[in-house]
Design a protein around this ligand. Sequence first.
Ligand code: DC
Length: 222
Amino acid sequence: MKTHSIAIDGPAGAGKSSVAREVASQLGFVYVDTGALYRAIALFSTEYPSVQQFLANLESDCHLELKYFGGTQCIFLNGENVTDKLRTAEITMKASELSALPQVRAFLLETQKDIAKAYNVIMDGRDIGTVVLPDADLKIYLTASAEERASRRYLELEDKPDAPSYEQILADIQQRDYNDMHRAIAPLQQAKDAILLDSTNMGFHEVCEEILSLAEKHLELE
Ligand code: DC
C-alpha cells in the first residue's frame, strides 16, 4: 500500500513538533519526532568515555524503538523508555553535536525511512525533505526569527526552577542553528520543492490551518 508523507524541516524552536503533532492528529497520521532519535543517541553516548568508543559500540549496542501511546511518541533505548530524559540542556547540545557525525546519520536513516514506508507520517527534523523523504507528498520549511524562537522558549520555561535567561536561550538557539546548518552531511536547508512558512508573526492555529490546507491540495486523501 502506498503511504502518504509530510516532511517538516526547520531550525530549533520553530514550533515544528507542536504543529506536526496537531496536524498528525487531525489527519490521523503518525507523528514522528526524528530529533528524539538523535537525542536518544546522545543519551546512549553518555555511557562512553570517548566519542570513538561510543561510535565503536553504536551499531551493536544501541537498540532504538518508537512506540505510540495515545498518539504520543515514546522512545525506548535498549528496552528502557527514555522519553523523559531527552530534553535536558546537556542532551540537547550533545544531540546537535553528534548529529554531524556520518556514522550517526547513517545509523538513523533506515529507521526513519522504514517508518514512512509502514505508516502515513508527518515527520519533523532537519533533513527530512532533503535526505530522508525526498519524495514526500508535501514538504514544509517552518522557521521564525531566532529572537522570536528564543522568546517563545523563554515563556515556556520562565516558571520552572533554574529557568535559563532569555539571553542564554537565544545564544543556545544560535549555536544550534549554526551547528545544524553548517555540518558537512545533511545540513539543515530548505529543500528546493519545500514550501516556506515563516511563523514569526503567525499563531499556532494559523500555522496548523495553513499546513492542513496545503495537505488537502498536495495529498490525495480519502
Ligand atoms: O528537533 P530537536 O531539537 O529535538 O533535534 C535535536 C538535534 O538533533 C538537532 O539539534 C539536530 C539533530 N537533528 C538532525 O540532525 N536531523 C534531524 N532530522 C532531527 C534532528
